[in-house]
Design a binder for this molecule. Structure first.
Ligand code: IPM
Ligand code: MG
Length: 391
């Protein structure tokens, strides 16, 4: 199958294949549950390809603990090259407990991801936070607070304290991590966030610590200067300590949040629990190079290989990937399929520890929905036997 000519013309991005062949997707399965959830996302992408007559070419590459085990390097050069030559990157998860409690480790899986973000200049991490009424009971917040919650966090991803000068004194008596931001680094992500707010509820909140930090004062200045270009977007400013409280007490007030790297890392994990399961949430990292799509959950090593992890975060990341490649209808079908499984209680163990379905069964159900094979009632008995979903 080849990509439809008009699909490509309709998109703002042409595939590297020049519109003649397949969309090139770099696949980094990574660590822990990464491989098994990514496998289900690919199954769903294949269902999309079949239904909409697209072609996806997958190029697998290594990163993280898996890459260290196999090559000694958390981000082999081939991975960077493959990613640079792709239309998009699908990534699973990173991290292994053997590195977490060893502060002296010289090589760490996470270095791979940080280097990839920097190499591809993926400066904006986008994390949508939405809720599902069928899962309200799982949220640590009361239903009345979460009904209608729908916001998106724009986290700066290639600057700030993550990438500043790092040093530890030779005698171990002190250590430092510098935090620097340039005007340009702030402007480019603020632009994206303003544009997104314009397409949504037209509200942008800059989260910073401008009462204490110079970098935050620069963020505020730059955002204030940009605001007149977006007169239809209401801008407000919130200190990060207050924001962390507001996300819990009144998450409905937010539309688009923009913030620096470290604050965004922390706030996006905090916000992710609102929906009831960390396993559901996708993310996109965009910038100058090919964009990367990954579920926000970690590598969850305790569940690895057991077929119990929730593949929906990865599947919805694939939906964001389709959106990014301007396949809007395709992305919507995947989202409809996910909603259908949740409404019918076809869920993994994190959502229902008693009556749960396997990772692979959820992937199969969602793929069947995308292919239009699921139209009527579903044979639960067969699903439990993991055979077939169709009567
Ligand atoms: C994330 C993760 C990473 C980060 C780690 C794995 C380096 O927590 O994507 O949010 O801190 O950015
Ligand atoms: Mg994080």
């Amino acid at each position: 199958m080849s990509s439809k000519e008009n699909d490509i013309e309709a998109g703002s991005r042409n595939p590297l294949s020049g519109g003649r062949g397949a969309w090139k997707i770099a696949v980094i399965e990574g660590d822990g549950i990464g491989p098994e959830v990514t496998k289900q996302a690919i199954r769903v992408l294949n269902a999309v390809a079949e239904t909409f007559k697209h072609e996806f070419e997958y190029n697998y590459c290594l990163m993280g603990a898996d890459a260290i085990d196999k090559t000694g390097n958390p981000l082999p050069d081939e991975t960077i090259t493959t990613c640079l030559n792709s239309d998009a990157i699908l990534f699973g998860a990173i991290g292994h407990p053997k590195y977490d409690n060893d502060p002296t480790a010289k090589v760490r899986p996470e270095q791979g991801l940080l280097k990839l973000r920097k190499s591809l200049q993926l400066y904006a991490n986008i994390r949508p936070i939405s809720t599902y009424s069928s899962l309200f009971h799982l949220s640590p917040l009361k239903s009345k607070h979460i009904e209608g919650v729908d916001f998106v966090i724009y986290r700066e991803l290639t600057g700030g304290i993550y990438f500043g000068k790092k040093e530890t004194a030779a005698d171990g008596s002190y250590a430092l991590d510098d935090c620097t931001y340039s005007r340009e680094e702030i402007e480019r992500i603020a632009h994206l966030a303003f544009q997104h707010a314009r397409r949504r509820k037209k509200k942008l909140t800059l989260v910073d610590k401008a009462n204490v930090l110079e970098t935050s004062r620069l963020w505020r200045k730059v955002v204030q200067e940009l605001a007149p270009e977006f007169p239809d977007v209401a801008v407000d400013y919130m200190f990060v300590d207050n924001a962390s409280m507001q996300i819990i007490v009144n998450p409905k007030q937010f539309d688009v949040i923009v913030t620096e790297n470290m604050f965004g890392d922390i706030l996006s994990d905090e916000a992710s629990v609102i929906s009831g399961s960390l396993g559901l949430l996708p993310s996109a990292s965009v910038g100058k190079g090919s964009a990367l799509f990954e579920p926000i959950h970690g590598s969850y090593p305790q569940a690895a290989g057991k077929d119990i992890a929730n593949p929906i975060g990865s599947i919805l990341s694939a939906a964001m990937l389709l959106d990014h490649l301007e396949m809007k209808d395709e992305a919507q079908v995947v989202r409809d399929a996910v909603n259908w499984t949740l409404l019918n209680s076809f869920v993994t163990k994190d959502i229902d520890p008693v009556n749960f379905y396997f990772t692979s069964t959820i992937g199969e159900l969602i793929s069947d929905f995308v292919c239009g094979k699921v139209s009527g009632p579903v044979n639960n008995e067969n699903i439990e036997l993991r055979k077939s979903t169709i009567i």
